[in-house]
Design a protein around this ligand. Structure first.
Ligand code: ATP
Ligand code: MG
Length: 331
């Protein structure tokens, strides 16, 4: 049977890249009656310096946001990673199955380790914990953005080496990456980078809960180039092409018709149009976020129910793992 798993860091609120590249796909798969598990990966969020009260708030914001995007806890399993201790335990076990050189060459590690002077071990091991997340639930499909491809390949490698050493246990998961540009929405301030939660400049990302006037300002200030007409050429004109891409994704139109309709507009006018389309698309989601944010005890309850479902599967997998590795005393 297919089993879908994906994770999201409670680093800040979801941005348009997360939504268009990953979360939208999760909701589609859930509504197609796939077995979907979504994990708010707080243990991953402490791999860069963090503020504890902010992290706690962000966990609830993330839960509220996922519900608002259409994740339905009656259909999917939604929970917080640290509520299921097996993730950290399995991470330790898997870390003995991989090598340091394999982790050192991963692009996310290289990018993020530039953000700190002394690189935490956790940042290095990050993709191993991610493999543990996936494997604990024996996931077969992992819908993610394009930036996660190498990490999924590590998970595939770990599943294969585990199976070879200790016996056939884990499916080799498949990365589901949205084709085309949805899998990579770019930063509004630097279109050579992807839009990121951990980006320091708030003007670089559009968050799902940004109010309309903030969205207008951010898109107005988006870095483009000195040509004023609207064309789609991601290689030569990444800034404008990113706006065209976002516009096409939120309206559901093909790139070509978006470009054709913009033929009489200059960049400034076009930005207003893109902002309007984004605002319209996000309006219902934003309203829902504000609604769910006011219901803290409901969020706590529903995350605990999700954690209970997840724990049962995780415990089952891990007790088999310990058995096969000769850990502990029980048989
Ligand atoms: P951080 O900068 O803290 O790593 P992030 O923006 O990369 O945050 P994650 O929580 O790491 O967000 O990723 C959640 C999901 O969103 C992943 O599947 C990831 O591939 C996807 N994703 C992240 N950024 C983008 C983007 N700019 N375009 C498309 N998908 C994205
Ligand atoms: Mg990321």
């Amino acid at each position: 049977p297919r089993k879908v798993f994906s994770g999201v860091q409670p680093t800040g609120s979801l941005h348009l890249g997360n939504y268009l590249g990953a979360v939208r796909k999760w909701v589609e798969m859930q509504n197609a009656r796939e077995d979907v598990t979504i994990c708010i990966v707080d243990l991953h969020s402490i791999t860069l310096p963090h503020n504890p009260p902010v992290l706690r708030e962000n966990i609830f914001t993330m839960a509220a946001t996922l519900l608002s995007c259409g994740i339905d806890p009656a259909k999917s399993t939604l929970f917080v990673q640290s509520s299921v201790p097996e993730h950290a335990e399995f991470n330790w076990i898997l870390s003995s199955l991989t090598t340091m050189p394999r982790l050192a060459q991963l692009p996310q590690f290289r990018e993020k380790s530039r953000l700190v002077k002394d690189v935490p071990l956790g940042l290095y091991v990050y993709p191993v914990l991610q493999a543990a997340d996936i494997m604990l639930y024996k996931a077969t499909q992992v819908p993610v953005g394009a930036d996660q491809l190498q990490h999924i390949q590590l998970a595939q490698h770990l599943a294969r080496s585990y199976n070879t050493r200790y016996g056939e246990t884990f499916p080799v998961c498949q990365a589901l990456i949205e084709d085309g540009n949805a899998s990579r929405v770019l930063s509004l301030r630097d279109p050579s980078k992807k839009m990121s939660k951990s980006e320091a400049n708030p003007k670089a990302t559009i968050n799902l809960c940004d109010p309309p006037d903030v969205i207008v300002q951010k898109i107005k200030k988006a870095v483009t180039d000195f040509t004023s007409d609207i064309t789609f050429n991601p290689g030569k004109r990444p800034g404008v092409s990113n706006l065209v891409n976002i516009h096409a994704l939120v309206t559901g139109q093909p790139i070509k018709s978006v470009v054709d309709e913009a033929s009489t507009l200059d960049t400034a006018k076009y930005k207003e149009r893109v902002a309007d389309a984004v605002i319209e698309h996000l309006r219902p989601i934003r309203e829902q976020i504000l609604h769910h944010m006011g219901k803290r005890s409901e969020l706590i309850y529903l995350l605990e129910v999700g954690a209970e479902k997840a724990r049962q599967q995780a415990q089952h997998t891990l007790s088999d793992v310990k058995q096969r590795l000769g850990l502990g005393t029980s048989n």
